[in-house]
Design a protein around this ligand. Structure first.
Ligand code: GLU
Length: 438
């Protein structure tokens, strides 16, 4: 039987990385097996489900390249089928009606648990077992006539011909009930694979409080979709060696449940960001420029984004860019007015000999050959002249001409800014240092 899996989000808000990781693992398994990957929007909770949240699911999936093999199923359209299934269980005596708590509000439909111990095999967690005494009968239709999650979920999995249910391990307790429901409805239960929880550094469920947690935030905050995809596959799975950076085809080929671990997976934003930097560094320059233009458009100092100069800035900065939002620090390439990072000024510029060195560089500037070698040579000469140790001038020069302490190579930065700009910035920095000293 060919594999059919589904991602079944409840569209009640933003798409959490734990949810999209479940989608990714379903997708990977389907692609690895040559099976089908489907989407079911579990929108039966009319009060909490919103159209924006459905759109967020669709956008997140598209952004991450999780293509579906059929049109999405909307669970809210399936109410008749859910109620018919409840009716059938009542007829067979496998469910009963009850006015829970004698509220007088009407009767619910309650599924009778089989009264025997339940067990199922999980592809990740192994054999799982629960005693009959620990399970209670289950409401499947509320007194207001609306079907409950468990019923809708199982009836639709049967309808869709789902062969494997891959979801977060917070659903393990539900699964015992679902297995019983499948059997009562005359269907073979699917295979199950429950994914380990994603946690923060303290081992608690990873949440908004720990940092970016929703797919849309990662997109807005300058992450590359392929990097997030790759990183999320490593939250719970590994290909069996130390390999981490892998392209999609490679992951599809290597993916299997026996390499999904059952213990929680810790989210490490620093690691994701480093991986993101690697993905950005490897992008074709033209693609990188397109993305940079998207992010830089919000800054009024970002002008002439079609110019040759802009292209050169992108070329220089690409391997230094960890996230696309990092372009916020590129202001010094475009604006005449430098914004100084005061900490860098204090720690790097206000050191003995720096002022003299910057003055010496400014005075000799006209004579410098503006090639990379020429610039390097000039800096070494300045150091000798003012009695500074080798390579001690690079950081002060960087801060003097960019205002900040990070960026691309200092020779390349000087070359790209050009003699005139470098001269002006050295002058204004020197003025700043003089006035601060008084
Ligand atoms: N709507 C449920 C959820 O988002 C579905 C769980 C499942 O995959 O069966 O948790």
């Amino acid at each position: 039987m060919s594999v059919r899996v589904r991602f079944a989000p409840s569209p009640t808000g933003h798409v959490h990385i734990g949810n999209i990781r479940a989608a990714i693992f379903n997708w990977l398994f389907a692609r690895h097996e040559g099976g089908e990957f489907l989407l079911r929007i579990e929108d039966t909770d009319r009060e909490r489900s919103t159209q924006e949240a459905v759109q967020a699911v669709l956008d997140s999936m598209e952004w991450l390249g999780l293509d579906c093999d059929e049109e999405p199923m909307y669970q809210s359209t399936r109410r008749e089928a859910h109620l018919a299934a409840a009716e059938m269980l009542l007829e067979k005596g496998l469910a009963y009606k009850e006015d829970k708590g004698n509220t007088g509000k009407g009767e619910c439909v309650v599924f009778r648990m089989p009264g025997e111990d339940m067990s199922f095999h999980d592809e990740i967690k192994g054999d799982l077992h629960k005693n009959a005494d620990d399970m209670q009968d289950l409401v499947i239709v509320r007194s207001n006539g609306s079907p409950v999650f468990h019923l809708a979920n199982v009836v639709d999995d049967i309808e869709m011909g789902i062969t494997h249910v891959i979801r977060g391990d917070d659903h393990i307790e539900n699964t015992y009930r679902h297995v019983a429901l499948f059997k009562a409805l005359g269907a073979e239960p699917p295979k199950y694979a429950h994914l380990p929880m994603i946690t923060n550094q303290q081992g608690k469920p990873y949440s908004k409080r720990d940092g970016d947690a929703f797919v849309g935030e990662f997109r807005d905050n300058g992450y590359h979709a392929d990097a997030l995809f790759n990183y999320l596959t490593l939250l719970g799975w590994s290909p069996g060696d130390d390999k981490e950076k892998m392209d999609r085809d490679e992951i599809v080929e290597l993916f299997s449940f026996d390499r999904v671990k059952s213990s929680p997976a810790q989210m490490d934003i620093k690691k994701l960001t480093a991986m993101n930097g690697d993905y950005i560094a490897e992008m074709p320059l033209d693609d990188f420029i397109v993305r940079v233009r998207e992010y830089i458009a919000q800054y009024d100092w970002a002008t002439d984004v079609e110019s040759d100069y802009f292209l050169k800035v992108c070329e220089l900065m690409q391997t230094r860019t960890k996230t696309f939002t990092g372009v916020s620090s590129w202001k010094y390439f475009f604006s005449d007015v430098l914004e100084y990072n005061e900490k860098a000024v204090r720690k790097i510029l206000k050191k003995d000999g720096v002022k003299e060195a910057l003055e010496c560089l400014k005075n000799g500037l006209t004579a410098i050959d503006f090639s990379l070698e020429g610039i390097e040579k000039a800096l070494r000469e300045v150091e000798t002249e003012v009695g500074m140790q080798a390579n001690k001038i690079n950081q002060p020069v960087r801060v003097a001409i960019t205002g900040i302490s990070i960026g691309a190579g200092v020779y390349e930065t000087i070359e790209l800014l050009g003699k005139e700009t470098v001269g002006e910035r050295l002058s204004s920095t020197l003025e700043k240092l003089m006035s601060n000293n008084e």
